[in-house]
Ligand binder design. Structure first.
Ligand code: UDP
Length: 237
């Protein structure tokens, strides 16, 4: 039987993924399915740090006529809502978890403390990193890169609705070609919509590979941690 190739990962789940087919909010069928998958992977002994987005509820950059910093604070709060939904679904399945927020809200979650996060991971708890980086003008992709660097994760698993990175939007162009492998500079220079440039640069500087894969197919998270060649890997060229 094949075994896992990654011992510690950061799994980034966008808010959009949690909305399923809905345009807004949380689809609990999706949350439950993701929780089932995370449980399977955690039961294999993989340490999982989860970074969750908030775009299904609020995106700071899309707010019109608002102070951007305030709008981004709202976005970070949205990620906390999603984090609590995922925590609940995981704990219902018997998976021990901790939510750690980058902005303190001690009544509902722990503040982010790196050493404590690592300790939780070592004890088999899934740590859900919420409130992004805690700073406006950043994204949860950047939060994923930052946390991955801080906790020494071997890889970022970037769960998407498409099965990898294409040269153009595969939903709009039938002749779009999927990349198996890319360098960070390819992503930056070609303007490929993998992650924003801040997040990509952080991964490049810290040599953290990113695997972009399709979350809508059940079992894919497990396939990725077992080294199956699905999706697109972004790494040093
Ligand atoms: N956000 C922020 N700083 C961060 C992370 C997120 O201000 O470090 C805000 C920002 O407004 C963003 C929103 O939170 O639009 C939701 O995060 P993101 O857009 O990354 O979520 P996703 O697209 O992954 O669902």
């Amino acid at each position: 039987m094949s075994s896992v190739v990654y011992k510690r990962v950061v799994l980034k789940i966008s808010g959009e993924a949690l909305a399923g087919d809905k345009e807004f909010g949380i689809d609990f069928n999706v949350v439950n399915r993701i929780a089932d998958e995370i449980k399977e992977v955690r039961d294999l002994g993989v340490q999982i740090g989860l970074v969750v987005g908030g775009g299904n509820i609020w995106r700071g950059r899309d707010a019109i006529g608002m102070d951007r910093t305030t709008a981004d604070h709202m976005g970070m709060l949205a990620t906390v809502i999603n984090a609590l939904a995922l925590q609940d679904a995981l704990e219902q399945r018997g998976v021990p978890t901790r939510v750690q927020t980058a902005i303190e809200m001690r009544a509902i979650a722990e503040p982010y403390i790196r050493r404590r996060a690592i300790r939780h991971l070592e004890k088999g708890r899934v740590v859900i990193f919420a409130a992004g980086t805690g700073n406006p003008f950043f994204s949860t992709d950047t939060a994923a890169s930052l946390r991955a660097a801080e906790i020494d994760a071997e890889v970022i698993l970037l769960a998407k609705k498409v099965d990898g990175v294409y040269d153009k939007d595969p939903l709009k162009h039938k002749d779009a070609v999927k990349f198996k492998e890319l360098s960070y500079l390819d992503v930056l220079n070609k303007g490929l919509g993998v992650m924003d440039s801040t997040a990509t640069s952080l991964c490049m500087d810290n040599k953290i590979p990113i695997i972009v894969f399709d979350l809508t197919t059940y079992g894919n998270i497990k396939k990725v941690v077992m080294g199956n060649d699905i999706g697109t890997i972004v790494k040093e060229g």
